[in-house]
Design a protein around this ligand. Sequence first.
Ligand SMILES: [Zn+2]
Ligand SMILES: [Zn+2]
Length: 141
Amino acid sequence: MTDNPGRKSMKMTPQRMAIMKYLDGNTCHPSAADIYGALREQFPTMSLATVYNTLEALKEQGAVIELSIDRGKKRFDPNPKPHHHLMCIKCKAIVDVFVEFPLTLPDAQTQGFEILGNHVDFYGLCRSCSDEQRRSIQTNQ
Ligand SMILES: [Zn+2]
Ligand SMILES: [Zn+2]
């Protein structure tokens, strides 16, 4: 038997199933630590390494996407549908943006690449963070 570098099948354990269930339909774009924190109580023997390994395996299967929008930590998205993201720079909440942007690269800029897609990251302040900022400005006066 030779090593198959393609799809690795993932051994299903109750912990891995719980991680997949937690991610299913989750739109919060959790980090590995978020997932670990949410499931630790239910699975006291689960380690952060298990969460990382499971995420890595899911990523290889294309079941989750790793986001780089939050420079502080990797965030994960179980929604495989192409979409963009908007992140609050204060509380790091990430929301989905389902708008297609007609972005094109001029031929002179593609450097021979066939362009397959793009990902646009937006940054801003969410409503509760901007309300909070407004209130703190008022009380400081
Ligand atoms: Zn916020
Ligand atoms: Zn998303």
